[in-house]
Design a protein around this ligand. Structure first.
Ligand code: ZN
Length: 120
C-alpha cells in the first residue's frame, strides 16, 4: 500500500521551532472544527504532545477519493470505519493527522492509499 510518511517534515518543523525560526502560534493553529473532531472521535496515541508535553495526543483519519461522494469525501473517520470503507471502495486516500487538544498543535503524520484495489 503506497504510504507517505511525514515524520521528517515534522522533525524539521520542531527543529525550526526550537531554533526560533517559527513561533508556537505558527504551529499550534488547529481549526476549531479539527479540535472538535479530535475531542470527540480522535484516537488516543498514548504519546505526549511535542509542543506542550501534555499527554493525550490524538490522531484523526480523513478520507478522500473519486469514488467517495458528497459528504463521504473529506470526512473524518474512526479507525473502525476504515475497514468498512476498504471493502466498499476500490481506492481512496487516507490522511492521518495528529492533534493536541491542549495547545492546538496539529500535523499530518502519514497518508496512504487504501481500498480493495490495495488489499494486502
Ligand atoms: Zn500540545
Amino acid at each position: 500500500m503506497p504510504t507517505v510518511d511525514y515524520r521528517m517534515a515534522r522533525r524539521a518543523l520542531l527543529r525550526d521551532l526550537r531554533s526560533g525560526l517559527r513561533s508556537v502560534a505558527d504551529v499550534c493553529d488547529a481549526h476549531p472544527e479539527l479540535m472538535r473532531a479530535a475531542r470527540f472521535i480522535g484516537e488516543e496515541t498514548g504519546e505526549a504532545c511535542p509542543i506542550c508535553e501534555q499527554p493525550g495526543l490524538r490522531v484523526l483519519f480523513y478520507t478522500y477519493g473519486k469514488e467517495l461522494k458528497g459528504r463521504e469525501n473529506g470526512r473524518v473517520r474512526r479507525r473502525s470505519d476504515l475497514l468498512e470503507l476498504r471493502e466498499r471502495f476500490g481506492e481512496f486516500a487516507c490522511y492521518v493527522v495528529e492533534v493536541c487538544t491542549s495547545c492546538s498543535w496539529n500535523h499530518l503524520v502519514r497518508s496512504y492509499l487504501s481500498g480493495h484495489k490495495h488489499a494486502v
